[in-house]
Write a protein that binds this ligand. Sequence first.
Ligand code: NAD
Ligand code: WQD
Length: 342
Amino acid sequence: MRGSKVIVTGGAGYIGAHAAVSLIQNGFSPIIVDNLSRSSNQLLKGIFEITGHRPEFYELDCRDFDRLKSLLNKLREVYAVIHFAAYKSVSESVAAPELYYDNNLNSLLSVLKVMKESDIKYLIFSSSCTVYGEPDRIPVTEDSPFKRAESPYGATKQMSERILEDAVISRSGLKVVSLRYFNPIGAHPSGLIGELPIGVPSNLVPYITQTAAGKRDKLIIFGDDYDTPDGSCLRDFIHVVDLADAHVKALQNISNISPAFLGINVGTGVPVSVLQLVHEFVSVTGVDLPYEIGPRREGDVIKTYADPTRAKQLLHWEAKRSIREALNDAWNWEKRLSHATN
Ligand code: NAD
Ligand code: WQD
């Protein structure tokens, strides 16, 4: 398996770039396919700076079946595909649902068709805890029912999983692991790759780091009157490097996994509240973080965190890095970005 070629769609983005680093460090040869619609070559450079290896890169839209097919014809003997490429903004998906259904679903359909024609058997798919909505029981196991998606983005992840379930039935030999990420945060400890939010961040940690860096006036905490220990929402924040490593483990174990389609939670199993995270950030960095309590944000899940037992049993993976490490790494990345723009 060492040296095996792995197509990484969306590998110029936040999670894909971290996964490319982990793949290289574990002896795989990632080949990145990305149309740079939501990224640039900045993280590609970072991958090289960290690993000393420059992965092959193809600027290509996954929906472009003909170009994807001719790339695969040229490459030959590809072991697996990790499909990160998608749009991921909940609010944008509400404003422009057709954009999300088109990109997220047609990319997946095109990738599946090319995999069939090129006889590639293994696919790791980027799914999300958003498929569960507000769970009835926490921690959330993979058998929890999917609630009606709160957003078109969430719907694309649910529909993608349905497409994949049907694909393994129709194509014998195809195996799919759908990794359901909880809340990825942080950056590579080198400070050379991290998240590059477009516009005003809607996710908590980039908003925190931008506020601490003086780019935003203050953080608004969306509600402190929920039925939780401190009144703010509960999440399972996972260091992006731990998440990246889960993809390596999935590749290493996919041939032994059954059934042919399987959803696997990728989280720490430890609930952390929004207020707790804010206090940890201040404690780790020593930086002042102006914040105030605001109204609840519509559509927010109140409490969710993973039961990561299946990942431990089948992938031999568990999260190793702490919230404090993740926040420290996120802050170092933000300082580097702020320094570069000043
Ligand atoms: P990102 O936006 O940083 O990266 C996505 C990459 O895919 C970008 O580089 C973008 O240019 C590329 N892309 C988008 N559409 C494409 C297309 N049609 N063809 C080729 N490239 C295309 O996002 P991310 O945070 O790295 O997320 C990666 C995956 O993980 C996505 O599928 C996302 O839905 C999923 N996910 C993300 C989170 C999160 O909080 N970041 C949580 C759960 C799941
Ligand atoms: C976390 C908590 C907010 C910003 C989203 C997607 C989900 C997945 C991960 C892709 C919530 C609170 C936030 C702020 C705040 N992505 N918050 N002030 O909503 O758990 O999940 O990203 O699949 O699909 O929905 O993440 O980082 O937006 O919010 O108080 O300025 O932080 O209310 O409780 P979320 P988030």
